[in-house]
Write a protein that binds this ligand. Structure first.
Ligand SMILES: *Cc1c(COP(=O)(O)O)cnc(C)c1O
Length: 450
């Protein structure tokens, strides 16, 4: 039986007796035959297991889990966590509407994000969102004004930038003074002073999110220590603080790194923040869904016309962007094992006209024939969510497996659906509107300036 890398087995991907990669008991080749490739396949049970592992580890603490929707925004995925009692962490009005559409109660939604527009803040107030995490004094004033005209008082927390390096890739660290996120910790007391005078907001909490794929717990320890000190200081200054939002960032295994130990994480929380008597929120994204997904792809060519061999897949960087964006590692395996023990070091690439369209460099792979299936593992988080239609490739479909049940939870758009929002301007030949006189003309630039 061919060995399954850690990053795949962790999400419940196993080999059956014929050495075919399966999710639970469903062979992945069956799914590929039904929906085509590329396709994302998610394991609902692995998502629930990750949630329960975290919930169990945190059970002794007053913590609510809010699933960070941006990791995987599919409605069915949000619904899985809603059914387990989770809230949602959202970073746009689109994500807010997804969470509501998936049935998450508004009061269990936290609205985060560094650049919320007035329209988004107004939508959050109108929907009765449970908490808005405010990231600047300007946003605080805008939210207050929007709440006041609606005669509402919005529960908020201030996102604190603790200036702690999360020890991750620099692209996904968010809590250092060099990043755009939050309010510098030494400026937070002044913003609390300001908020105390604003009738449209109720500020009794602080929030922190230091980055993503955090393997080592020390940065959490450092950040939460600083938050605890800050809470003491704010209380000494007369503010009521009854809530701390811990952010997300818990790591999953991609290569050989361990899955972050939820029990050890809970111990860090207890040690640093446990004595404050605050209720807490945690916002994991990747930890809950990352391991539970693979992207299925087919081999287009095993190419040997260059100095080194290339394994060309029908999936590209537009479908799974993490390797191109962060040089991220993903395990890649043949769906059908028993390809022999001989492997060749190849670059695994996609068909996109970009040199960064590479899933792996010098990866040991069996010499796969055109048409063979491969699975790219640990693709449940920031996979489909980051995908695009670059090179006019329709978005990849998403399939959810739950035990013996299989459902397409996002279908592959047709060509017509992909181009359906586009139209030719009426002055172009062959445009359906070409015969009609224009209904409105934009003013000439110099006339508009008058
Ligand atoms: C992205 C994000 C999360 C989730 O991060 P993960 O690394 O996926 O756990 C949580 N909170 C905020 C504010 C975020 O921006």
């Amino acid at each position: 039986m061919t060995v399954i890398p850690h990053g795949l087995s962790n999400g419940g991907f196993v080999r059956d007796l014929s050495d075919t990669l399966c999710v639970d008991a469903i062979p992945l080749d069956r799914i590929a035959a039904e929906v085509g490739t590329p396709a994302y396949v998610y394991n609902a049970r692995a998502m629930r297991l990750a949630y329960r592992t975290l919930e169990t580890a945190l059970a002794a603490l007053p913590i609510t889990v809010c699933y960070a929707v941006k990791a995987n925004a599919n409605l069915a995925v949000i619904r899985i966590f809603r059914d387990l009692g989770a809230g949602a962490d959202v970073v746009s009005v689109g994500e807010m509407r997804r969470a509501l559409a998936a049935g998450v109660p508004a009061e269990r939604i936290v609205f985060s994000g560094v650049g919320k527009t007035d329209a988004e803040l107004a939508a959050a107030v109108d929907a009765g969102i449970g908490q808005v995490n405010v990231e600047s004094s300007g946003e605080l004033k805008r939210l207050n004004a929007l709440a006041e005209v609606r005669q509402r008082r919005v529960e908020i927390a201030l996102r604190v930038n603790p200036d702690v390096d999360a020890g991750t890739l620099k692209e996904i660290t968010t809590g250092t003074a060099d990043d755009k996120f939050g309010i510098a910790i030494d400026r937070v007391p002044a913003v609390f002073e300001l908020a105390a005078k604003l009738p449209g907001v109720s500020l009794r909490g602080v929030a922190v999110h230091i980055g993503s794929q955090i393997v080592d717990l020390q940065p959490y320890h450092n950040a939460y220590r600083r938050i605890a000190d800050l809470v003491h200081q704010l209380r000494d200054e007369g503010h009521i603080i009854d809530h701390v939002d811990l952010g997300g960032g818990l790591a999953i295994p991609y290569d050989r790194e361990p899955r972050v130990d939820a029990t050890a994480f809970a111990a860090v929380v207890r040690e640093t923040l446990g004595a404050l008597g605050c209720r807490m929120t945690i916002e994991p994204g990747r930890y809950l869904v990352g391991s539970a997904g693979v992207m299925l792809a087919r081999v287009v060519e095993w190419k040997e016309d260059l100095a080194r061999p290339f394994l060309i897949l029908d999936a590209g960087m537009n479908d799974l962007m993490r390797p191109a964006l962060y040089k991220a590692y993903h395990p890649i395996v043949a769906v059908h094992g028993d390809t022999g023990d001989v492997t060749v070091d190849v670059d695994v690439v996609g068909p996109i006209c970009e040199s960064t369209d590479r899933f792996a460099r010098g990866r040991a792979m069996p010499r796969l024939k055109a048409g063979s299936l491969v699975a790219i593992g640990a693709a449940g988080a920031y996979g489909a969510a980051l995908s695009s239609e670059y090179n006019s490739r329709p978005l990849v479909p998403e399939v959810l497996v739950d035990g013996s049940r299989v459902a397409v939870v996002r279908k592959r758009p047709s060509f017509e659906e992909m181009v359906g929002l586009e139209s030719l301007p009426p002055w172009m030949e062959d445009s359906p509107a070409a015969d009609r006189p224009p209904t409105a003309e934009l003013p000439e630039p110099d006339r508009a300036a008058e």
